[in-house]
Design a protein. Structure first.
Length: 188
């Protein structure tokens, strides 16, 4: 079985926190690849100011220099609300020889009780939790914990910085910064 990590996210925009947790999980769990899956409509977030197309292209910019990282557009191609259970069921049909590890930050670990059809989902995929400032990794669900450095970066902070003309130089990659600038995202 091929061990594949999944980092699902809104990626509005992608940042170094995303890349760091994906790489730490890859190394520590000996994953062959990590697939970045941008959601089309996130299950639990209000209207976004960016399109799925922009978020997908920024993910491509962010992961371009890591040969183990791949973009997967299954949720964008499906459109509609991006429930993880639908994604995992389909991925398992397409790749019966893969074992999937779904990487989530502690904020999402806390939110697990509210995920759509969570009781079934935990039997279909292995969750991997990583620490994140402001949340705990305590949960009754089966989650493997991978120890990562605490990196207090969020997409919310990046959007705010761009809006107020503050720099995001060491918070995301140069290619993502250039994409934001060229496409005038986040009120820039
Ligand atoms: N700095 C971080 N440390 C640990 N986990 C993170 C970090 N940033 C994001 N994650 C995790 O990555 C996944 C995708 O996150 P997402 O794309 O929503 O970014 P975000 O920074 O949480 O965005 P926003 O601030 O808009 O809510 C989630 O499971 C989230 O918990
Ligand atoms: O399926 C659900 O109910 C569900 C609820 C919350 C989050 N998720 C998934 O968890 C990942 C991180 O979510 P987010 O919104 O923090 O980017 C992303 O792939 C979401 O689709 C999924």
């Amino acid at each position: 079985m091929k061990k594949v990590g999944i980092l699902g996210g809104t990626f509005d925009p992608p940042h170094l926190g995303h890349l760091m947790i994906a790489e730490e999980a890859r190394e520590k769990l000996e994953l062959e690849e990590v697939w970045f899956i941008p959601s089309f409509t996130p299950p639990h977030k209000a209207d976004l100011g960016t399109t799925a197309d922009d978020r997908m292209k920024m993910v491509n910019c962010a992961i371009s220099n890591n040969p183990f990282f791949k973009l997967n557009t299954i949720e964008i191609d499906r459109t509609g609300k991006s429930y993880t259970i639908d994604t995992i069921k389909r991925l398992k049909e397409i790749h019966p020889d893969h074992n999937f590890y779904f990487i989530i930050g502690a904020d999402m670990v806390e939110y697990l009780p509210k995920w759509y059809q969570i009781e079934e989902l935990v039997n279909l995929v292995q969750f991997v939790g990583v620490k994140r400032a402001g949340s705990t990794l305590d949960t009754d669900y089966p989650v493997i914990i991978v120890d990562v450095p605490s990196v207090d970066i969020s997409s919310t902070d990046l959007r705010q910085r761009v809006k107020f003309n503050q720099q995001i130089t060491y918070l995301t990659t140069e290619r993502v910064q250039a994409y934001i600038k060229e496409n005038h995202l986040y009120g820039n």
